[in-house]
Design a protein around this ligand. Structure first.
Ligand SMILES: [Ca+2]
Ligand SMILES: [Ca+2]
Length: 357
């Protein structure tokens, strides 16, 4: 299929999807300032690639020997416990941030950092893996990161979020299009990876994606009912604790926190569990299907709905500003189709602790 028609095929449903989301949220006055944030861009539907990616990952893992640990960073042992997941004071009603519920989590391991370009390069050079963005031939890039030359070639945009542009040749190796490179950003989070790509990486590394509950438990770092991994104040003593957006979105990015785009995965202080950049920097995929209503019975190591169309992502990104995307909170959540990729979306992996829980 020629690239332009493929692009149209995927963009049209995206526009419809965004339109529907706006319609669904327009009656919720309390969330109107943050609800239609347009902070994600994605392909509108999967078409079997997930199964293909799973087959691929299983084959890759088998070839390498399961449990091999080449190509990934350090993990932190997260103790089991009970925590309050979600919030009774949702900031973005339609995202299903509430209700607050007491959730039991068994001990597990969590990657200390977001998966970096360096980590992902090891995976690709070992396996020859080709990401979905590379197969599709394009990925979504935030307009503010693009050169005028690249923008001049693009005539399509997402109506509800015109700052997202589909860029031909954008991929994890070329985050802002074919002329861009990651050579100076090897320690930054890998971007333009779909959920399927993330599953393939984690499987290869002998790991898995965290559940949403595990991710949120990790984000909270042992604190109860706090907005952020470090507490309730965004900037304790004036210090920046995460890579988000300062200034006016989307026109003025002052980079007061030191970073206009992504930061190294080890930047900013870690939380109580020693985890870095749980909120901000890159959004992170989780294993759960997306739903906004949560089962009151599912309170022990919940894994989310058994089926769906979108996967849950957590933590917000360097593009998040309170005015339009107040999602750099542990309880916040958003979603994309499993084959979506964008210039602000990455992941980290989790793993089971050995032996019985
Ligand atoms: Ca920033
Ligand atoms: Ca993050």
């Amino acid at each position: 299929m020629a690239a332009p028609s493929g692009l149209c095929r995927r963009l049209l449903p995206l526009l419809l999807l965004l339109g529907l989301r706006i319609a669904a949220s327009s009656g919720t006055s309390s969330t109107s300032s943050t609800g239609n944030c347009g902070c994600s861009a994605g392909r509108a539907s999967g078409d079997g690639r997930e199964a293909a990616a799973r087959r691929y990952s299983a084959a890759a893992a088998a070839a390498l020997g399961s449990g091999q640990s080449a190509g990934h960073g350090p993990m932190v042992a997260i103790p089991g416990g009970v925590f309050t997941m979600g919030t009774q004071e949702p900031e973005i009603q339609q995202d299903g941030e509430g209700p607050a519920r007491r959730v039991h989590i068994n001990s597990f391991y969590m990657d200390q950092y977001e998966v970096s370009n360096q980590d992902f390069e090891r995976f690709v050079s070992s396996t020859g893996y080709i990401t979905e963005a590379e197969k599709f031939g394009d990925s979504f890039v935030f307009e503010g990161m693009l050169s005028e030359a690249v923008k001049a070639d693009i005539h399509q945009a997402v109506a509800a979020a015109p700052w997202w542009l589909p860029v031909k040749g954008a991929s994890w190796r070329h985050p802002e299009g074919p002329d861009s490179s990651i050579s100076s950003r090897m320690d930054h989070p890998v971007l333009h990876v779909s959920w399927n790509d993330a599953v393939a990486f984690c499987t290869w590394a002998g790991k898995r994606l965290p559940t949403e509950a595990e991710w949120e438990y990790s984000c909270r770092g042992g604190l109860e009912n706090r907005l952020f991994p470090w507490g309730n104040k965004l900037q304790p003593k004036g210090q920046h604790y995460a890579n988000i957006w300062q200034g006016e979105f989307p026109t003025n990015n002052t980079a007061e926190d030191g970073y206009k785009g992504t930061a190294p995965v080890s930047a900013f202080p870690p939380n109580g569990y020693g985890l870095y950049n749980m909120v901000g920097n890159a959004w992170e995929w989780t294993s759960d299907w997306w739903a906004v209503h949560h089962s009151p019975q599912d309170l022990h190591n919940p894994k989310g709905p058994s089926s769906g169309t979108d996967r849950v992502k957590k933590g917000g990104s360097y593009m998040c500003h309170k005015s339009y995307c107040y999602r750099y909170r542990c309880a916040a959540r958003s979603q994309n189709t499993p084959d979506s990729s964008a210039s602000n979306l990455g992941f980290r992996c989790a793993a089971d602790t050995p032996g019985p829980h």
